[in-house]
Design a protein around this ligand. Structure first.
Ligand SMILES: Nc1ncnc2c1ncn2[C@@H]1O[C@H](COP(=O)(O)OP(=O)(O)OP(=O)(O)O)[C@@H](O)[C@H]1O
Ligand SMILES: [Mg+2]
Length: 325
């Protein structure tokens, strides 16, 4: 549904070239909710701008919904953009127009006759849970409700792909969860492909099926969460299920171990740790990610028995991630 092939974007600046994307190849299947995470400057916004063809790649190709957007003429591009919905952190609604009129706007641009517009707008309002608020002006809506209008507006032209750039960063945690649930619900009903750019790992944990970690314009790691969380030493997994920091001070030999799979596997791993006399837990975290349970623990392991202890834990199915030995 979305294919990126060896995508490179270089910005010429006065002080030299900035390589914002450096050989990105990525396949996002239809109906997937895919999170793009990475630190500030990693290239997330550049990537989303290339997907909408607001930015032309320096080299490489971008194929969205069967069309190579990197090669389309301006006229073809306007057509193709209708198949791409955008949701932003700041919704930017027309303040002087009602919610319904805001949602109708892209329909008018697309040439949908007035009579059909009203029906479609009501369907969209219903879809985002604002069925009875179509007459409200933006100033009369909460932040979460405004984002719902933004999502309805993005879906108006029946896009195949929904691109979300920090869709919940301006919202509190309860509203964030509601909006993410709405995005998932929309995907389930419409089968739309969703890309979410976010600096919040909680967003990925909550809603994404798969994720890509970017750093310095390159992919560090990518994959379905269910696979990622069981990869030993996975940077994405560590970012998504961080173990609370422990002071190194008097800890002799900290070891990071992890387990992933069904709840019984986590229980089995915890039993192995608990019954290991020469290791004890100093910190730990357990989460559900992409339908898979994942546990991660920092253990303090007695120095002399290190090899034997780690061997026993490994035999019990635990991945040893951070073996200082
Ligand atoms: N128009 C531009 N001209 C020159 N350099 C740019 C331009 N846009 C982005 N860059 C550079 O490209 C790199 C990637 O920027 P980008 O905005 O994609 O990062 P980001 O991951 O979205 O960061 P943030 O989380 O801060 O939004 C950065 O080094 C940035 O300075
Ligand atoms: Mg950005």
């Amino acid at each position: 549904m979305i294919t990126l092939q060896d995508l490179r974007k270089v910005y010429p600046t006065r002080s030299g070239e900035v390589v914002a994307l450096d050989g990105i190849s990525l396949e996002i299947p239809q109906g997937q909710i895919h999170g793009i995470v990475g630190q500030s400057g990693a290239g997330k916004s550049t990537l989303i701008r290339c997907l909408t063809a607001l930015e032309r790649p320096t080299t490489g190709s971008v194929i969205v919904d069967g069309a190579e957007v990197s090669a389309l003429s301006e006229a073809m591009l306007r057509q193709a953009r209708r198949r791409i919905g955008m949701v932003f952190q700041h919704v930017n609604l027309f303040e002087a127009r009602t919610a319904a009129a805001n949602i109708a706007y892209p329909l008018a641009i697309a040439g949908v006759p007035r009579a059909q517009r009203a029906t479609r707008v009501q369907e969209l309002l219903d879809l985002v849970g604002l069925g009875d608020r179509g007459d409200a002006y933006p100033a009369q809506l909460s932040g979460g409700q405004k984002q719902r209008v933004g999502i309805a507006r993005a879906l108006a032209t029946e896009p195949a792909v929904l691109l979300c750039d920090e869709p919940t960063s301006a919202l509190d945690s309860t509203t964030t969860r509601q909006i993410l649930r709405l995005i998932r619900d929309v995907r389930d009903r419409l089968g739309i492909t969703v890309v979410i750019i976010t600096h919040e790992t909680a967003v990925v944990r909550e809603v994404c099926d798969a994720a890509t970690l970017l750093a310095d314009g390159r992919i560090v790691e990518s994959g379905p969460l269910a696979d990622v969380v069981t990869r030993p030493g996975s940077p994405l997994s560590q970012a998504l299920v961080p173990v609370p920091d422990v002071g190194v001070g008097d800890q002799r030999a900290l070891v990071q171990v992890s387990a992933g799979g069904a709840q019984t596997q986590i229980a089995h791993a915890m039993h192995a740790i608990a019954t290991e006399p020469d290791a004890h837990v100093v910190a730990g975290a357990i989460e559900t990610l992409g339908g898979v349970r994942v546990g991660r623990w920092h253990l303090d392991v007695a120095d002399g028995d290190r090899v034997a202890v780690l061997g026993r834990l490994r035999a019990a199915g635990l991945a040893i991630e951070d073996d200082a030995a």
